[in-house]
Design a protein around this ligand. Sequence first.
Ligand code: ADP
Ligand code: MG
Length: 627
Amino acid sequence: MTKKQKKMLIRIIIAAVLMVVLNFIPAQRYVRFALYLITYLIIGYDILRKAFKGILNRQVFDENFLMTIATVGAMAIAIYENGDYTEAIGVMLFYQVGEFFQSYAIGKSRRNISALMDIRPDYANIERDGALEQVDPDEVAIGTTIIVQPGEKVPIDGIIIEGSSSLNTSALTGESLPRDVHCKDEVISGCINMTGVLKVRTTKEFGESTVSKILELVENSSSRKSQSENFISRFARYYTPAVCYSALALAVLPPLVRMLFMELPADWGVWIYRALTFLVISCPCALVISIPLSFFAGIGGASKEGILIKGSNYLETLSKTKYVVFDKTGTLTQGVFEVDAVHHNTLEEQKLLEYAALAESASSHPISKSLQRACGSRPDRSRVSDIQEISGNGIIATVDGLPVAVGNDKLMKHLNIPYKNCHSVGTIIHMAIDGQYAGHIVISDVIKPQAREAIAALKASGIAKTIMLTGDAKKVADHVAAALGIDEVHSELLPADKVEQVERLLAQKPARGKLAFVGDGINDAPVLSRADIGIAMGAMGSDAAIEAADIVLMDDDPMKISKAIRISRKCLGIVYQNIVFALGIKILCLLLGALGFVNMWLAVFADVGVMIIAVLNAIRALFVRKL
Ligand code: ADP
Ligand code: MG
């Protein structure tokens, strides 16, 4: 509990005790009034002040104003009748209890979320003169060697240069099985080292490391408002004044009608009281609070599962997804190619692979990484110059003074080099050295083990169509699509063609449905931002993808796509339940209040009750494990 909350609790207790005790103290009329007034001020002074400030700022109609008018009005009636002040105080007291509960619940769910996201490392260990020294991760430069001991968090992204261990990645990915890592493996910050001591050479600064990026995302996510949230603020803008004027009408019109047309006593007191009750009932707090809280909880629950959602608007769009478009390499396949064969080579196999690896030494494409692995030794980059990467085609570079081209048939056509077709199913990497065809390397990628199930899960959850777009050869693309049960495939696309395809699909999809694109950001960052919603593979994916995407899957698991959609639907379901429930009860109470069936006590009670139920319902969005 915060200091502010403790203070509030003390005020609530004092006021409640006074309110009860004063009933038993006989006092003279004015003394009695003064005692009640003090009690009233103890519990309500901040509301009065806020209402007054609101009036000064010309933002008159808010819940503070409603409470102030209602309770001051009730006090006035009590003075006039020398009657019961308890009502005004009780109303204020209930209202404050509601506020207290609400701030407590919000604080709690925020703390829950930040506890889930408790991944910020406090220090990094650096070895100096044989002793470990703890330094601020912010001060560690790229390329520094840091030591991560068992039980510690990996503070900065890097590559293991010594040691092996298993890592607990659950805070990042929601995956509970530990991941075994060895020398030369990449490690990302935020994982917990469980068994062995690791020496890690950092590859990023702390601010650019995974952990910082994630924290930034989560911290900023709640500031992007969704349509439902906008609806609430627009709603409140018209609602509150409408209610205030209705209350005024309720106070004035019936007595006038009674007096002028029905020749009955006006009963001003009764109608003013009803108008005040009407005001108390009308307070829309339950809605105003529970909707942002539901989104917040949904985003928190998703991040627990390794799904980072950058804003509540994306949660809303995601829930309406009808088309899911996939990139192939790195998204549905692992993006780790193995060399199957080398054909028509004019050079020795190993030599050809070496040239390929050298030309590819600066690329971050999965093909490039795989060729370098196949080559074995680390390429000596001083032998390469003039590297030019042509997206969706391949690479042109100068190696040992000779022009080398590495890429697909498009690249060969582009360079006017006659090439030999290949009959194997696989991604074909043609090579040309010094303008002469030098053979091709057949590489193949492995489909991610969960990919088939992931597509099936999407279909089961009502996705109308799955589409795969790839820059790879038609043969490979058709093979993968058939193996996975994808509805539609388009292959041999350049990055610009992918955008064109997505635009065509956007025009073709059902009007109210949304289109999601899932990619790793290599050659598809433009499509990620063009789609209604861009989902990026976070671990494998490039930084560009994580920037361009609206949702990031931390562990690259395609199963998480349907999970994210289900989380979003649950969350939106809760939002709509709360809107309907809170508005329904509200309208009912308003009608009963206007007819005089509900007194002020009951009104506040109903309001606080609705709010508590709505807030509890909102918190359900946090629990997504079993979805
Ligand atoms: P995908 O859509 O499957 O992710 P890309 O658009 O990244 O594929 O690449 C399409 C094709 O372009 C690859 O299959 C490959 O033939 C060729 N290509 C792209 N980048 C490279 C590279 N760095 N080296 C060799 N070939 C490449
Ligand atoms: Mg790709």
